[in-house]
Unconditional design. Structure first.
Length: 315
């Protein structure tokens, strides 16, 4: 029967290779120098070759030692990470989680979840930063970001929650007064309200089910950097605007707003939970991610259920 690898000896070798010293390796690991020395000798005897050249004044890696050092280092790093993660999971999530989200989404959909979050995890604390501009997740020291966009490739870790539709909406009073656009080209005759953080805020792109695609340049008296600021103008019947479904769904259900050009769609965006690229997440961060994902993935607006009963794209 094949023996299991001597993982402890390989981890000790990795530390010796890193420090180039039995004494320093023993000190950093909190064990005795003889324990380290015996483990390396045991390992060399097992594999049948020397890993270290030893003199009274100097310690160096042999050719075999140099080849083995990198893999041994991964054994040590992954073992430490596994043990830390297991210890974190064995205790209730606690400590500070720094979370950033878009302003309107954060107020409407993140803040209402906080009472339940704190009841579920009473040892947690949250620093919630709301801003529509994209913040530097790593430079700002954030653990989690909610991002609603088509994300570019990056080193950040992304957990996609669901697709988010963008809808052209206006009040019934507006359509009674100005007429209802049927084609994107009709928007040249309409009052269009702008949002600065659309993927292309100076141009709206529409696609028809037949495959026809049309770009229009919206014109109107107002452009804002927060989607909530558009709502009073929309509900008052003073213009049309492109709104994400989670912003407009309640007003649509109540009849305050209506969807225009329903047979035309805009490129969908996605609701994403984004974290820094580091491999190990503390239990407190994992707990908040899982909590948010569950609630957002099951929200009525996450798949269009509030607007119709058809099955939209799955999250």
């Amino acid at each position: 029967m094949r023996r299991l690898p001597d993982l402890e000896a390989w981890a000790l070798f990795a530390k010796v290779a890193e420090t180039r010293s039995f004494t320093r390796a023993a000190s950093e690991l909190g064990i005795s120098k003889p324990t380290v020395s015996k483990a390396i000798s045991r390992l060399e005897a097992r594999i049948g070759t020397a890993l270290l050249n030893r003199t009274s004044r100097r310690l160096s890696l042999t050719e075999a030692g140099r080849r083995a050092a990198r893999s041994a280092g991964r054994i040590l790093t992954e073992g430490e990470a596994l043990e830390t993660e297991a210890m974190d999971q064995a205790t209730a999530p606690s400590g500070l989680v720094r979370l950033t989200a878009p302003m309107s989404f954060g107020i409407a959909h993140v803040a209402p979840l906080l009472p339940e979050l704190f009841e579920t995890y009473p040892e947690l604390s949250v620093d919630l930063h709301l801003a529509d501009e994209v913040v530097d997740l790593v430079g700002g020291g954030f653990d989690i970001a909610i991002r609603i966009a088509a994300l570019p490739d990056s080193a950040l870790r992304t957990r996609r929650v669901c697709r988010v539709r963008r809808l052209l909406v206006g009040a019934p009073e507006y359509f009674e007064r100005q007429g209802r656009p049927e084609h994107p080209g009709d928007l040249a005759r309409h009052v269009c309200l702008g949002y600065a953080y659309l993927p292309s805020s100076s141009r709206w792109h529409f696609r028809h089910a037949t495959g026809e695609e049309v770009d229009v340049v919206p014109g109107g008296p107002l452009r804002v950097n927060n989607a909530d600021a558009l709502r009073p103008m929309l509900v008052a019947g003073r213009g049309l605007a492109v709104q994400p479904e989670f912003m407009a769904a309640e007003d649509i259900a109540a009849g305050r707003l209506e969807v225009a050009m329903a047979d035309w769609s805009m490129p969908p965006i996605a609701l994403n939970i984004v974290t820094p690229p580091s491999g190990l997440r503390p239990a407190r961060v994992t707990a908040v991610i899982d909590f948010l994902w569950h609630h957002f993935a099951n929200a009525p607006w996450s798949s269009g259920r509030m607007l119709d009963n058809s099955a939209d794209d799955p999250c």
